[in-house]
Design a protein around this ligand. Structure first.
Ligand code: URP
Ligand code: ZN
Ligand code: ZN
Length: 460
């Protein structure tokens, strides 16, 4: 073996047990008590949890969006490593009239020399014709079996109407592909946005207009519609960045009725409420969908506990305060998105395990094993088992950290969770057997990350 992580408490989605983990050539080679280390390096994990690396299957790195670029692959994935995330999945969004393949090739070319941890891509379908259908079928067999579709973003050129959604869902039944849906009601949302888009209302309410224009029904109506299309087509749908309690209830009901539907939520929907828009710096928190009310956070938490919501992702799309300042008082011009990769594991350990009595196994399921299973990476990623990639986080539950953006690796100059008191923090992160971060410092290298080909048909 090259490396032994000794004396730690190993956590999988099923159990917590004391064991050493031996690593050879980037893979887990042995798990057991008192492994003979021989000439291998030994890292003492006494008092630490040994978790499978986090898998954030919803990020947007170096994305041109809302008139500017989000934080690039290099610093974003360095930040991910520092926070215990060892795999990200980004999007290759088709330009209308062009192929998915062009989008995929251009994203891989962009990421290749910068990405510091392993990564995958989801396709993004904005157009539907015979060629797109054939590409969906081909990619489902060849490593990109999930496809994002947006029910909104008409002006960005990304919106897929119900006909496109219906057609794509029909294809998922036989191919095992998964449609990842940004579910919001485009036409009502646009109407409400216009209603609040007046100089007087924006002067009075500022970024709070974002809340006024996006009541809960603009999300859950769309989720209900998507659940109906999934039911009648027999297709497979996954609701991304779910922000409402009613959304979680709709998913739970559809699931109980046998619909192939899954959902994710993100830390911002659990830890923040729309009160942030009342702050003088409220515009920083503009994201899409925006954060909602306390009862929504409570309902999403229940959804995570009951299994209606299976995945925690971040929807990281990082814009710094200078980029956010582009809004100049107009809520429709706030670049949508926030940082989150670096704080995913620690915030969710504090909130779920520390505050709401989730088990460590549930934390691991939500942040690693479930996304690996559903998105076709299991058991290469998402677990601690012989033969799996040695992607491990030594997590120190005794460490006390207060989030301060100045101390984070991300280049972003603000954090949505600034000042949050964390009970536990990643001590060490391994990516394919290599130490890539220690105590919040990135030690890896640009270009280390490999493109991951994934399998279709994943379920949890
Ligand atoms: O506001 C966000 N989250 N920006 C990224 C695009 C999306 O809808 O996920
Ligand atoms: Zn979205
Ligand atoms: Zn997103």
């Amino acid at each position: 073996m090259d490396l032994v992580i000794a004396n730690g408490k190993v956590v999988t989605d099923e159990k917590v047990f004391a064991a050493d983990v031996g690593v050879k050539n980037g893979k887990i080679a042995a798990i057991g008590k008192k492994l003979p280390a021989g000439k291998a390096e030994v890292i003492d994990a006494r008092g630490k949890l040994v978790l499978p690396g986090g898998i954030d299957m919803h990020v947007h790195l170096n994305l041109f969006f809302c008139g500017t670029y989000s934080e690039d692959w290099d610093t974003s994935t360095a930040a991910a490593a520092a926070g215990g995330v060892t795999t990200v999945i980004d999007y290759a969004i088709q330009t209308k009239g062009k192929t998915l393949q062009e989008a995929v090739e251009s994203r891989i070319a962009d990421a290749k020399d910068k990405v510091a941890i392993d990564y995958g891509l989801h396709g993004g379908i904005t157009d539907w014709n015979d060629r797109t259908r054939d590409e969906l079928r081909r990619y489902a067999r060849t490593g990109i079996p999930s496809f994002k579709m947006f029910m909104i973003y008409r002006s960005q050129g990304w919106m897929a109407d119900d006909g496109i959604l219906f057609s794509a869902l029909e294809e998922t039944r036989s191919t095992g592909a998964l449609i990842m849906l940004h579910a919001e009601s485009a036409f009502v949302l646009d109407l409400l946005t216009e209603r609040y888009h007046t100089p007087e209302l924006m002067k009075t309410h500022g970024a709070w207009c974002h809340t006024l224009a996006r009541p809960d029904f603009t999300e859950y109506e769309a989720i209900q519609r998507a659940a109906t299309w999934a039911r009648v087509t027999g297709g497979r749908v996954y609701i991304v960045h779910m922000s409402t309690a009613e959304g979680a209830r709709i998913v739970a009901r559809a699931k109980a009725d046998g619909v192939a539907i899954w959902a994710e939520t993100c830390p911002q929907y659990l830890l923040l409420t729309d009160r942030v828009f009342k702050r003088p710096d409220g515009h920083l928190f503009g994201t899409c969908p925006q954060v909602k009310k306390q009862e929504d956070s409570d309902g999403l938490l229940l959804g995570l506990k009951s299994g209606a919501v299976q995945v925690l992702s971040t929807d990281t799309c990082t814009f710094d305060s200078k980029q956010k300042a582009m809004w100049e008082g107009d809520f429709t011009r706030i670049p949508f998105g926030m940082p989150g990769l670096e704080t995913l594991l620690a915030t969710m350990h504090t909130h779920l395990v520390g505050k709401h009595r989730f088990s460590l196994q549930e934390l691991v399921a939500l942040t690693s094993t479930n996304p690996a299973r559903l998105f076709g990476l299991y058991p290469q990623k998402g677990t601690i088992a012989v033969g799996s990639d040695a992607e491990l986080v030594m997590f120190d539950p005794a460490r006390r950290v207060t989030i301060d953006h100045e101390k984070l690796v991300t280049r972003c100059d603000w954090s949505p969770f600034q000042g949050m008191k964390l009970t536990g923090y990643p001590h060490l992160t391994l990516s394919r057997g290599r130490v890539v971060a220690r105590d919040g410092t990135f030690l890896g290298e640009r270009g280390w990350g490999r493109f991951l080909k994934r399998k279709a048909g994943g379920v949890v």
